[in-house]
Design a protein around this ligand. Structure first.
Ligand SMILES: Cc1cc2nc3c(=O)[nH]c(=O)nc-3n(C[C@H](O)[C@H](O)[C@H](O)COP(=O)(O)OP(=O)(O)OC[C@H]3O[C@@H](n4cnc5c(N)ncnc54)[C@H](O)[C@@H]3O)c2cc1C
Ligand code: SF4
Length: 328
């Protein structure tokens, strides 16, 4: 592990000043992504800004017409909350189907959305990787790519964005309040993560000195009919081979509005808008659900190793739509 210095500010203002004070500075929250990557030599910050002592980042508001979660709120606090389970199953399921109980007790919502890819070549500095070291090549394209992305890939990188929570946030149009030396701003989940293109090392639109302060989630009672379905190699403690986050406004069997995002298969949280449109104003039966799943994957680009995840992804969307319908 490389040497680094450490600061533990007590306010958002001080944290932002610390972030702006020098180059190669990183925010430290739960540390479950960052410390791992520092230990294996992928991340080499010169200074860590530990934000875990900042009380303002623990906000937890679940009444009214939007949910507000401070950046330090733990995954488990939302996953296990009875009101979230009852009124927003898409959110609790996306969290409790991720990681393990120990990790969920440690990991924060702010850190979760910025978790980095699990591509094994990225995490092992002996391999070429355009994301870790721009211009070196991509070991995955001609290597082991069973778990790599089907959507949003480029010639330079095919790594999956692995998070479950951000996939659910994409379905419900969440946004993030941030703070930097230039002031506060709000970023939609749809504008936070970026596709790799020619610059896979750039993963999101936050500046180096910008702190996520809170997540905002608009609530709609109509979307109680929601779920997060995840298909993985084992029943728990594994990243998604394919997942689907679905929220429905449905009257009788007829869909008035549908939100569908797919996870574990794309280079960023992925909204399946054509699939949504195919359902609106129609009766939701097994056939319509399957067709929506097929539309979600119509642009999938596969390799011989990862093509098996297209039918899994279609099945995840189909299952999520039927589960959500039963909850209406
Ligand atoms: C074994 C294992 C299994 C896992 N399985 C899953 C899974 O199935 N599904 C899933 O979704 N996730 C999974 N995860 C990922 C886990 O959810 C994330 O590691 C965790 O949520 C990150 O949160 P953290 O608070 O520990 O972040 P940290 O590690 O502290 O930070 C992560 C990144 O976010 C930045 N950061 C943190 N907070 C802020 C902030 N407020 N503002 C700006 N930048 C910030 C840090 O600088 C860092 O770059 C797994 C992790 C492990 C280790
Ligand atoms: S897929 Fe992306 S992260 Fe993985 S080796 Fe290739 S460039 Fe690196």
């Amino acid at each position: 592990m490389e040497r680094f210095t450490y600061a533990a500010p007590r306010t958002v203002k001080d944290a932002v000043l610390e972030l702006a004070s020098s180059g190669n500075v990183k925010v430290l929250a739960g540390g479950t992504t960052l410390i791992d990557l520092m230990k294996n030599g992928v991340e080499k910050p010169k200074r860590l800004i530990d934000v875990t002592g900042i009380k303002e980042l623990n906000e937890f508001v679940i009444d009214g017409d939007e949910l507000r979660f401070g950046a330090l709120v733990k995954m488990s606090a939302v996953a296990d909350h009875p009101e979230i389970k009852k009124r927003h199953p898409i959110l609790s399921e996306a969290l409790w189907r991720g990681a393990s109980q120990q990790l969920r007790n440690m990991a924060t919502l702010g850190g979760n959305v910025l978790q980095r890819t699990r591509c094994a070549y990225f995490r092992d500095p002996q391999y070429p990787c355009n994301k870790r070291q721009p211009g070196t090549g991509c070991a995955a394209i001609d290597g082991i790519n069973r778990g790599h992305a089907l959507l949003g890939t480029s010639e330079d990188c095919i790594a999956v964005y692995p998070g479950d929570w951000a996939t659910a946030l994409a379905a419900v149009d969440a946004s993030f309040d941030t703070m930097s030396p230039r002031g506060a701003r709000t970023i939609s989940i749809h504008d936070l993560h970026v596709e790799p293109g020619r610059t896979p090392n750039v993963e999101h639109t936050l500046a180096a000195d910008e702190l996520i302060v809170r997540t905002r989630i608009p609530t709609r009672s109509a979307y109680r009919a929601s779920t997060y379905q995840k298909i993985r190699d084992r029943a728990s403690y594994a990243f998604a081979l394919a997942s689907a986050a679905v929220a429905l406004d449905i009257q009788g069997d007829v869909v008035r509005d549908a939100r569908i995002a797919i996870g574990g298969v794309a280079t960023r949280p992925w909204r399946a808008r054509d699939a949504e449109q195919s359902l609106i104003g129609r009766r939701l039966d097994e056939r319509a659900a399957r067709h929506a799943g097929e539309l979600a994957y119509v642009n999938a680009q596969t390799t011989p190793q990862n093509a098996f995840r297209v039918p899994l992804g279609i099945a995840a969307v189909e299952r999520a739509l039927i589960v959500a319908r039963e909850r209406a």
